[in-house]
Unconditional design. Structure first.
Length: 176
């Protein structure tokens, strides 16, 4: 069995796409996924399965959520070992005191070189950005509401499906 992390985008935010974590665990379990656990109320699910095709797992989970709840939700799947690598390879380690200043964006796919360059051009002392494969590390020295990425740059300009988690949540998922 291989441990995975599923990160659901945009659930239980602002009263939209409301899903109880108990219901989410039931849906995952009904798919034959084992040892299903959730963390906080924002769509973080850790599970185990013998299947190792990320795209197949993503499609299966998205289809089940749509069938059971009528919601079209983007899901980013990562092997648990990859989440551990994200933690280990944080280029901004030691440069922040508050875990809420550090974010990780999990992308559905790697960005094109052109999009990567557009994103990295937004680097500043207030917003430090690094890209590693399907992961964007984002260290904020300002409010996320005032930030480039907080204003939807990834979605609107780059058109890359992604979901973000603060550093505390990423670390907790790595521990689960």
């Amino acid at each position: 069995m291989i441990k995975y992390v599923a990160l659901l985008r945009g659930i239980n935010v602002g009263g939209k796409n409301m899903i109880k974590m108990e219901t989410l665990r039931e849906i995952f379990s009904s798919l034959g996924l084992a040892n299903v656990k959730t963390y906080i109320n924002s769509g973080n699910v850790v599970f185990e399965t013998a299947k190792t095709d990320d795209a197949m797992l993503t499609n299966k989970i998205c289809a089940a959520i749509e069938k059971e709840l009528g919601l079209k939700i983007s899901v980013m799947i990562r092997p648990h070992a990859e989440v551990a690598e994200v933690i280990k390879n944080n280029p901004f380690a030691g440069q922040f005191e508050n875990d809420k200043d550090m974010y990780v964006f999990f992308l559905a796919n790697e960005m094109s070189d052109e999009n990567t360059q557009l994103l990295l051009a937004k680097n500043s002392n207030a917003e430090m950005i690094a890209v590693n494969g399907r992961t964007i590390y984002y260290l904020l020295r300002i409010s996320i509401i005032d930030s480039v990425l907080g204003k939807g740059f990834i979605d609107k300009k780059l058109k890359v499906p992604a979901t973000a988690r603060n550093w505390r949540t990423v670390k907790k998922l790595g521990e689960m």
